[in-house]
Ligand binder design. Structure first.
Ligand code: GUN
Length: 293
């Protein structure tokens, strides 16, 4: 069994990005600039945004944060997005999700200019991903594809089961692993809340992606011998073994599953750090105007 070290891989990617940024600056260009909009004070969102800002600093990117009160109107938020769409000093930006209930997520995501949509959530970018055209891939699936590629995991012809059909992870993961590319060419089954016989389907997977949002959901009986298991979940659950009284755990019951796998991602230190790496890679692409629309 090999542990897929997302933290080390993200560090490797960050150092690659850092040297590209240094070269850009040597050539007299300004560093890539990532902006984030944070609405309200959801603690998990604040943690994500802070960690994005810190990572930007580590690689030499400029980052800026636009904080909005939880009661900001949809019109005000759309105005801020329009401002960032037209700010030539900003290469890409994200609107941190979730948003308060009175704001239409789809309306917000539709109003981000596709060439600045480093989250890859705009319908134009989702469509381009589906067609295999150059685009910004959503950060978590992008990070997972990087892990699969950098660890040399064979995907050609494999049975891949994705648990969860979210727009952010499960659905794009299914698209990326089934398309005619390398990594890719998997036979993908996308499972969700209405799936029948989910356990039996999961147990047939050569590659199992758990993005279902339930702590410890994947147990040993759902995993085939020598499967590759990628755990996208991250949950803070009570624990009497830590000083804080909490521990981080994924969608996979790691202790019972790990010994059956050929490869597995731990939580923390697996997929999590790769999400930010994916976002940085997208922002670098945006700054280099690599994608034309
Ligand atoms: N909330 C949880 N994951 C994400 C993400 O990848 N991007 C944004 N914008 N919000 C999120």
């Amino acid at each position: 069994m090999k542990i897929i070290d997302g933290k080390a891989t993200a560090t490797e990617i960050k150092s690659e990005i850092k040297s590209i940024v240094a070269k850009m600056i040597d050539e007299g260009k300004r560093p890539p600039h990532l902006a984030a909009i944070l609405v309200g004070d959801d603690p998990a969102s604040q943690t994500y945004v802070n960690s994005k800002a810190k990572t930007c600093q580590d690689v030499g990117f400029t980052s800026s944060l636009y904080r909005q009160e939880a009661d900001v109107t949809e019109a005000e938020l759309l105005k801020l997005i329009d401002f960032l769409n037209n700010d030539h000093e900003v290469d890409g930006f994200i609107v941190q999700l979730p948003l308060p209930k009175h704001i239409s997520v789809q309306k917000v995501l539709n109003s981000v200019a596709p060439h600045k949509d480093v989250d890859g959530f705009h319908p134009v970018n989702v469509g381009r991903m589906l067609l295999g055209e150059p685009t910004y891939l959503p950060a978590t699936p992008f990070g997972i594809m990087q892990l699969i590629e950098r660890y040399g995991i064979e995907t050609e012809g494999k049975n891949c089961v994705v648990l969860g059909r979210s727009n952010i992870v499960g659905t794009p993961m299914g698209v990326l692993l089934s398309r005619n590319a390398s990594p890719g060419n998997c036979t993908v089954t996308l499972c969700h809340s209405r799936t029948q016989n989910l356990k039996a389907i999961a147990a047939n997977a050569d590659i199992l992606i758990a993005a279902i949002g339930k702590p410890g959901f994947v147990t040993a009986d759902m995993v085939k011998d020598n499967a590759v298991v990628i755990d996208v979940g991250i949950h803070r659950i009570p624990s009497d073994k830590t000083k804080s009284g909490f521990k981080l755990t994924g969608d996979v019951s790691y202790d019972e599953v790990a010994s059956k796998c050929s490869y597995i991602t731990p939580v923390p230190g697996g997929v999590g750090p790769m999400t930010i790496a994916g976002l940085l890679l997208n922002t670098l692409k945006a700054a280099q105007k690599e994608i034309t629309y």
